[in-house]
Design a protein around this ligand. Structure first.
Ligand code: 13P
Length: 253
């Protein structure tokens, strides 16, 4: 059975005060019944603050990005070792906002993925096509290229420590969710690519969906056979909405 995950990506939102409020709301609302993983990816300047409040809680701390370098003269960059030192257990790499707004290539994302692994962080590899690419019929080609850059530089044992998040760019922050069928089709494709590397990998690696997931569409999305939870942007900034989405995962325990 694959582990399900619901991860919040706060993006560039928050303040010390609002973070405290949000985390307190999450901790108060967790009822201990859900065995799925839950985590929040905060802006790097708040990792220590949020990390301290999460000590002893089931909520994992995540970074939104890590540098491709391990240390040195890279002004403004934050290394995987630094975020691990602040208490992170996971890190997003290759979010579409990094790929499109900051020109990150799949090769660069693969180097970041390796940095995360080397520092014992669970890398969450984000992949997804733009609207133009979907309309041009190259969705699978784009996803395959984004996956292969990472798959080609890691062995199956390393990939088994990761999570993949499919986030169609046209569904991010737009209120347009991919239909459950559209999402499932791409998740199935990702699962097949994993199986080409190793069947065990396909069975083990969680593939999350992201893009306008809300409390009212989460359950349907998460009920699809190859969707193992979600990567949540806007709705993760509100404790009640985020918990409602988290509680839409299958309760195993
Ligand atoms: P929204 O949930 O706001 O669409 O954002 C999704 C996302 O980009 C999460 O990484």
């Amino acid at each position: 059975m694959r582990k399900q995950w619901v991860l919040g990506n706060w993006k560039m939102n928050g303040s010390s005060q609002s973070n405290r409020h949000l985390i307190d709301g999450l901790l108060a609302g967790l009822d201990g019944q859900n065995s799925s993983g839950i985590g929040v990816c905060t802006p790097s300047v708040y990792l220590s603050q949020v990390g301290e409040r999460l000590i002893g809680s089931p909520i994992a701390l995540g970074a939104q990005d890590v540098s491709e370098h391990s240390e040195g003269a890279y002004t403004g960059e934050v290394s995987a070792a630094m975020v691990a030192d602040c208490g992170c257990g996971l890190a997003l790499v290759g979010h579409s906002e990094r790929r499109t707004l900051h020109g990150e290539t799949s090769e660069l994302v693969a180097r970041k993925f390796r940095q995360a692994l080397s520092n014992r962080l669970m890398p969450v590899l984000c992949v997804g096509e733009t609207l133009e690419q979907r309309e041009d019929g190259v969705t699978y080609k784009v996803i395959a290229e984004q996956l292969d850059a990472v798959f080609d530089c890691c062995d199956a044992n390393e990939l088994a420590l990761s999570v993949i998040a499919y986030e169609p760019v046209w569904a991010i922050g737009t209120g347009k969710t991919a239909s459950t069928e559209q999402a499932q089709e791409v998740h199935e494709f990702i699962r097949k690519r994993l199986a080409e590397k190793s069947q065990l990998l396909a069975e083990k690696v969680p593939v999350l969906y992201g893009g306008s997931v809300k409390p009212d569409n989460a359950k349907e999305l998460f009920s699809m056979p190859d969707i193992d939870g979600g990567l949540i942007g806007g709705a993760s900034l509100d404790a009640e909405s985020f918990l409602a989405i988290y509680n839409s995962t299958e309760v195993i325990g």
